[in-house]
Ligand binder design. Structure first.
Ligand code: ATP
Ligand code: MG
Length: 555
């Protein structure tokens, strides 16, 4: 990795340690503050691991707070899913669950306080006019005529805004700061707007809603947050964050610190784009296994341990960078390699008949559940005259270096015998539909009695000792590493082959009872788990979580 520090030892850790050592803070309080307007994605996991991790390491606590200031876009469904995803990642907010909307009355009082101090005023310009008067980075903004209206008039108008006297957009409350500030966020930002929409948490109590900036820092202060950690795009908002805390009678003054957000290759993470993927039917839902959402990767079979290891590995710094998605996949592989029991499965079956094997004979072979972990035990797999092998493990005219099944040569059937291919039956199109071979009875277990070397080993399942399953293979959702770079239309980079459905896979019999909590390695094929939504008893559907090796870096 780069010189970036890990989550457990980063620049924020140093700041926190210094604050504890100097007595500036007796304890640490952080928060994870999602807006419930969509499902969490892997970028949020970085923020969750960071905020909860920093608190845990210093014996402090981390709050879960919903910054729910825009009822037009927020829903209970998102609130519930966010809670579940944070828990799934392995973090616990204890009793510290908060909603910015529970602070609406206090925020309203503070808004009146600012008006009374001559630091806020009611504006009737439209959103567009306000934008046009804002100026540019090189030119100051224009002061509105409302800016100098009497305090009593603003107060009266603001109370009438609350009291439902105006339609949406007719008035806003603005802070009275500085229309010539080099920081655009300080040019009399909007604090309140009128929205006639029920709120997912506080119902229809309000017609006016605070802007995110007016709610966020003050909610931090009310909760006693010591370190308010956010992504770099909020750096320009920090003077405003501090302005509110300096100009309101808040109980404490949290400090804001910024870190670089996670950008992951071959995907998009903005909630707007994720909404579009769902609404356009490009994916089957927020939990489509190809989505970068936490519900998506969870359904696919990624483990919380792997996601936490990934967040630890990528580190936390202050410079924006792109992280290759293969690092995430590698973390999943490393975790599953340790704990996934091995199994035999054939995804694209081709029948193999062992002509010299007795027709009614069935043998059982012992197969270790994990090659390096005897403590994980073993199982028996049945072997018989007719078995299935992978279509691409057979080649009639093999390319150079092909050591699998090909006429005239020997290959090892994993755990079982050495066989020599004797012929192939083809259909009218010339495709192999049945391969024939003879086995060497002296090679039971897979080694030749005379010690001759066999280069290739292939996997198989016994035809009469297998179950049928649908298997879903996933590829990246986009074919370009940075699908939304430079404002490009990310949709043009959609990978139209990002899912492949194999309807007639054959699995070893023992997998009939696999439940969706299980993750398995299908030998030579990757890591798989039963899909928790679509798998049914007698009709299993398996998702490939990740391949055994990174196939992309070689492409
Ligand atoms: P988006 O911009 O994707 O719509 P958001 O940043 O508005 O999402 P929030 O619900 O406001 O989403 O995010 C909650 C917290 O997660 C914020 O503190 C935010 O900074 C952090 N966060 C969001 N995206 C990322 C990311 N890609 N990497 C790290 N942290 C992130
Ligand atoms: Mg945000």
């Amino acid at each position: 990795m780069s010189t970036e520090q890990t989550v457990s030892g980063n620049f924020l850790r140093t700041i926190i340690d210094d604050d504890l050592a100097s007595g500036r803070h007796a304890g640490i309080v952080t928060r994870f503050p999602p807006e419930p307007n969509g499902y969490l994605h892997i970028g949020h996991a970085k923020s969750i691991c960071l905020n909860f991790g920093l608190a845990q390491q210093s014996g402090g606590r981390c709050h879960l707070r919903f910054d729910d200031t825009n009822p037009a876009k927020e829903e209970v469904e998102y609130i519930e899913s966010i809670k579940e995803s944070v828990r799934w990642l392995g973090f616990d907010w204890g009793t510290h669950l908060y909603y910015a909307s529970d602070n609406f009355e206090q925020l309203y009082q503070w808004a009146e306080y600012l008006i009374q101090q001559g630091k806020a005023y009611v504006e009737e310009l439209s959103a567009e006019e306000i934008r046009n008067h804002r100026g540019t980075l090189t030119e100051p903004g224009t002061e509105s005529s409302s800016r100098n209206r009497p305090i009593t008039e603003s107060l009266d108008l603001f109370r009438r805004m609350r009291g439902d006297d105006f339609p949406d957009g007719a008035r806003v409350l603005r802070a009275r700061i500085d229309m010539a500030s080099p920081n655009m966020n300080l040019r009399d930002p909007v604090l309140y707007r009128i929205i006639h929409a029920p709120h997912p948490h506080v119902g229809d109590a309000w017609r006016i809603y605070p802007m995110y900036d007016f709610a966020h820092g003050q909610s931090d202060a009310m909760e006693g947050i010591t370190h308010s950690i956010c992504t770099l795009e909020f750096e320009d908002h920090k003077p405003l964050y501090d302005w509110f805390l300096d100009n309101l009678p808040v109980p404490c003054k949290p400090r804001q610190y910024e870190f670089a957000r996670l950008n992951l290759t071959y995907t998009v993470m903005s909630k707007r784009k994720l909404h579009e993927l769902v609404n356009s039917g490009t994916v089957s839902g927020w939990d489509d296994p190809r989505m970068p959402t936490l519900v998506g990767i969870r359904r696919r079979g990624f483990t919380p341990e792997a996601v936490r290891a990934f967040c630890e590995r990528i580190g936390v710094g202050r410079s924006d960078s792109w992280i290759d998605v293969s690092i995430l996949e590698e973390c999943v592989r490393e975790d599953l390699n340790e704990r996934a029991p091995r199994a035999l499965a054939v995804l694209r079956p081709l029948k193999l008949v062992i002509d010299n094997y007795p027709e009614s004979q069935v043998e059982e072979f012992e197969a270790a559940n994990h090659p390096q972990k005897p403590e994980m035990g073993s199982r028996t797999v049945a072997f018989s005259r007719e078995i299935f092998i992978e279509q691409d493990d057979f080649e009639e005219t093999p390319p150079k270096g092909f050591f699998r099944m090909t006429p005239g040569t020997e290959v090892r059937l994993r755990y079982a015998y050495i066989v020599r291919c004797t012929g192939v039956i083809k259909d009218e199109q010339g495709r192999a539909i049945e391969v024939h071979c003879e086995y060497d009875p002296a090679s039971r277990g897979g080694s030749a009695a005379d010690g001759r070397k066999i280069k290739g080993t292939i996997h198989w399942v016994s035809a009469s000792h297998s179950i049928d399953a649908e298997v879903r293979l996933f590829d990246r959702l986009f074919s370009d590493p940075n699908p939304d770079r430079g404002g490009a239309d990310y949709r043009q980079f959609l990978n139209h082959d990002s899912i492949e459905i194999l309807p007639a896979a054959k699995l070893e019999l023992g997998l009939a009872s696999a439940d969706s909590r299980q993750r398995l390695q299908f030998e030579r094929l990757g890591y798989f788990r039963p899909d928790p939504r679509d798998s049914a008893p007698g009709k299993p559907v398996f998702n490939r979580i990740v391949t055994l090796k990174d196939a992309w870096t070689k492409k």
